[in-house]
Each structure stands twice: as structure tokens, then as C-alpha cells.
Design a protein around this ligand. Structure first.
Ligand SMILES: [Zn+2]
Length: 173
């Protein structure tokens, strides 16, 4: 059984995620933005064995502790398309050219980095990538790189409302 935990790290309050197999205790670390000591304390606390680091993109607030953790645990930074658990790598260029999201059908979650947040994307340049994500099952929990979680269903609803309001003629009163 897969489990996950959110660790909020650094000045930018980045969501770092531990995802582990509860039988094997093997864990991956997603977006270790900062505070390598805090992250490794949380790993030890749960007696997990890190097997690799996954990055949604290479902005400093998402990778700040990656080198330190790599050294502490002697683990690789995994590049897609490495096979990790049941993760599907979704390429979502826009926030950065190489941005990716990790979708786990087992956990029914998608780790979206800075591509999709609660209340939709912060930036407009990656709408094709957003649309790709909004095709995931509506119950899928969106675990973004900052702030609170949401679901694909809620964000897809928001998106279609925004689209409709853009298409509607401006009211004259
Ligand atoms: Zn970013």
C-alpha cells in the first residue's frame, strides 16, 4: 500500500512530499525544496528507506535540499521516465519547459508542482498542460507545489466557468 505525507519547507513554503510503500518502507522524495535536516528527520521518524528524489521542475524552491539528501542517502535524482511505483509521468511544459507532473492511479493523486494550484494556474502560458491534467478522473486529489490540495473535479469546474464567462458578451449595465 502506498502512503504519502506533505512536508512544508523553506521560505517559499514549498510542499515536499514523501511517498512510500508501506510494506517495503521504500520512499521517494518529491520536490525537496529546503530543510534537508527536517526532511531526513521525518524520514527517520517513519523508518523509511529513501530510494530516489523526484523533481517536478528545477526552480530553486523545489530543489534546494536535493543535493544534501542525495549525499545523505546516496540516492539518485530520478529523471522521467524512470519507473517509480505506479507513477505516470505527465509532461506539462509551461511553468518551465521541462515541468512534469506525477500521477498515481493507486493513490488517486497527482503531484502538480507549480503547474496546477487550487484555484487554477498562477500563470496563463500553460493552458494546454492544464487541460491535459483536467482530463484525469475528477476525484483525483491535486497535490500542488505550494498551498492547499484540491481535486481535478473542482478545478475542471472552475476552468469551464472561466471559459464560459470569457465567451459571454459583456453586460451593458
Ligand atoms: Zn516553480
Amino acid at each position: 500500500m502506498l502512503k504519502y505525507e506533505i512536508l512544508v519547507v523553506g521560505q517559499m513554503k514549498t510542499n515536499c512530499y514523501l511517498v512510500w510503500d508501506d510494506c517495503l518502507k521504500e520512499t521517494v522524495i518529491i520536490d525537496p525544496g529546503d530543510e534537508a535536516d527536517f526532511i531526513s528527520d521525518e524520514i527517520e521518524k517513519r523508518q523509511l528507506k529513501p530510494i530516489g528524489i523526484l523533481l517536478t521542475h528545477l526552480h530553486s524552491d523545489h530543489i534546494g535540499a536535493a543535493k544534501d539528501l542525495q549525499l545523505i542517502y546516496q540516492i539518485p535524482i530520478l529523471n522521467p521516465p524512470n519507473k517509480i511505483f505506479d507513477f505516470q509521468i505527465i509532461k506539462t511544459p509551461g511553468h518551465t519547459t521541462g515541468s512534469v507532473c506525477f500521477y498515481s492511479p493507486t493513490l488517486q493523486v497527482v503531484f502538480t508542482g507549480d503547474t496546477l494550484f487550487k484555484d487554477l494556474p498562477a500563470r496563463g502560458e500553460n493552458l494546454d498542460s492544464i487541460k491535459k491534467l483536467l482530463k484525469l478522473p475528477p476525484t483525483t486529489v491535486v497535490l500542488p507545489g505550494h498551498d492547499e490540495a484540491t481535486t481535478i473535479g473542482v478545478e475542471a469546474g472552475r476552468y469551464s466557468c472561466q471559459k464560459t464567462s470569457l465567451l459571454l458578451p459583456k453586460s451593458s449595465n
